[in-house]
Design a protein around this ligand. Structure first.
Ligand SMILES: Cc1cc2nc3c(=O)[nH]c(=O)nc-3n(C[C@H](O)[C@H](O)[C@H](O)COP(=O)(O)OP(=O)(O)OC[C@H]3O[C@@H](n4cnc5c(N)ncnc54)[C@H](O)[C@@H]3O)c2cc1C
Length: 416
């Protein structure tokens, strides 16, 4: 097998951008993907529409990145969200900006984003091999000499001057992201922080399955840990069979999961009428009482049918009773403060992202180079970086991979 300038493990968002960037600069690049097709995760991202990135300004963008957004600063400056948009547009993929400054392909198809990247990488000269699973690294004199690859029919060793690990995290393992890269990093002496699912549905204690699939719009959701307010979000949420999912719950899940792991008491509190103050709500209810007699009839005017039983239990009111002054108080309070105890979170199979990864202190943020092994680089979700929903996570993959590939190209040129 020929010797490559650069071998990349993982043909996801990071691997593809890294490979294409290096090949455009004249490097001989081999991109190894263990699945039968590259970029399976991109193809299902954004509910099949792929939220490629967003149009947030630099500092605003970084404020959505965890656990230390300063690490991303050089990579994002080098290949910003705006450059990403230009990049896709230049490849013939028009984009649109939607609510929340989120950027999608104009076609509305995540598949087009994946295909566009694969086509560009191939055209730039990248050799892409699918059904090629990297199994381990061969390290000699503090350098990676080669990788052992399982091609299904046989195992081979592939040599290269530089290696980029872009095998992603552990979420949605059916897409191929099963955490293999953490073992390669460990082999190279790197430490991996605790890994847990993030942007993940949260489980409600004694959940009423009647709420399954109920969507609530224009509501506000607050997170409380050990009785203390932590954060809130405004927008849409949705219930599933075991708890809460949807944009707001997912966004709050990072902090909720962290607290649950520490065995803290976690609550999500819904404000079902965020546009109205408590006093305004009371007034509105009193107005409704002119034509409405029972609590049930009143709640029918204020809430979706599906949530009425659960609401009545939490507000401690009897649905068939005539509305009393105490009921008005309880209903108003509960509309502004409907609390759900959170008892757990779903696993990696249903998490959008993995929180945790290769320790940031062991990677040079200006190049994405390992601080332990001179010819080893990392990019994408495998690094201990994660972010909110809204196109941030793909941008992290694009920016870190672009920076790594550019740095490898510069070093190769110097070596010659
Ligand atoms: C359902 C879902 C929807 C999402 N939607 C969005 C969205 O709209 N916008 C957004 O910004 N983010 C979204 N994300 C997150 C985003 O997709 C990821 O953060 C991003 O894809 C990470 O890119 P990556 O290249 O680091 O890893 P991945 O995309 O996971 O790619 C890693 C690749 O490496 C391959 N691989 C793994 N191990 C090996 C091995 N041993 N040998 C060879 N290959 C290997 C895998 O098969 C995979 O193809 C979504 C995630 C999910 C799960």
């Amino acid at each position: 097998m020929r010797t490559y300038d650069l071998v990349i493990a993982g043909a996801g968002a990071a691997g593809l951008i890294g490979a294409g960037t290096a090949a455009e600069k004249g490097l001989k690049v081999l991109l190894l993907e263990k699945m039968e097709k590259p970029a399976r995760k991109i193809r299902i991202s954004g509910k099949g529409r792929c939220n490629i990135t967003n149009t947030k300004q630099h500092d605003d963008f970084l404020s959505h990145v965890y656990p230390d957004s300063r690490f991303l600063n050089p990579a994002l400056r080098n290949f910003s969200n705006f450059k990403t948009i230009e990049f896709f547009n230049s490849l013939g993929l028009p984009t649109v900006v939607e609510r929340g400054e989120r950027v999608f392909p104009k076609s509305g198809k995540a598949w087009d984003v994946a295909e566009c990247l694969v086509k560009w990488a191939k055209k730039s000269g990248v050799e892409i091999m699918c059904n090629a699973k990297v199994k381990s690294l061969n390290i000699e004199n503090s350098k990676i000499k080669s990788v052992n690859v399982d091609f299904g029919y046989s195992e081979k060793t592939v040599e290269a001057k530089y290696f980029l690990i872009a095998t992603g995290g552990m979420s949605y393992p059916l897409t191929g992201s099963t955490g293999d890269g953490y073992n390669f990093a460990r082999q190279a002496g790197h430490s991996i922080t605790d890994l847990h699912p993030s942007l993940v549905p949260l489980k409600i204690k004694n959940h009423n399955a009647q709420l399954n699939r109920l969507q609530l719009k224009n509501i506000s959701l607050s997170l409380y840990v050990d009785g203390k307010y932590v954060d809130d979000e405004f927008g849409e949420t949705e219930f599933n069979q075991t708890g809460m999912t949807g944009a707001l719950a997912l966004r709050l899940s990072r902090k909720a999961v962290g607290a649950l792991i520490k065995k803290k008491h976690v609550e999500l509190v819904l404000d079902l009428k965020p546009a109205l103050s408590y006093e305004q709500l009371e007034k509105r209810i009193k107005r409704e009482m002119e034509t409405t007699m029972t609590n049930h009839a009143l709640l029918r005017k204020l809430l979706p049918m599906q949530i009425i039983d659960t609401f009545a239990k939490k507000a401690n009111i009897k649905l068939q009773n005539q509305i009393s002054n105490t009921d008005i108080e309880n209903i108003s309070k509960s509309l502004k403060n409907m609390s759900f105890e959170i008892c757990g979170f779903n696993d990696f199979n249903e998490a959008i992202i993995t929180a945790g990864g290769i320790s940031l202190t062991e990677i040079d943020s200006k190049t994405m180079k390992s601080k332990l092994i001179d010819n080893l680089y990392f990019a994408g979700e495998i690094i201990n970086l994660d972010a909110n929903t809204g196109g941030y996570n793909l941008q992290i993959a694009f920016s870190t991979a672009r920076l790594a590939a550019q740095n490898i190209a510069i070093r190769l040129e110097k070596d010659l």
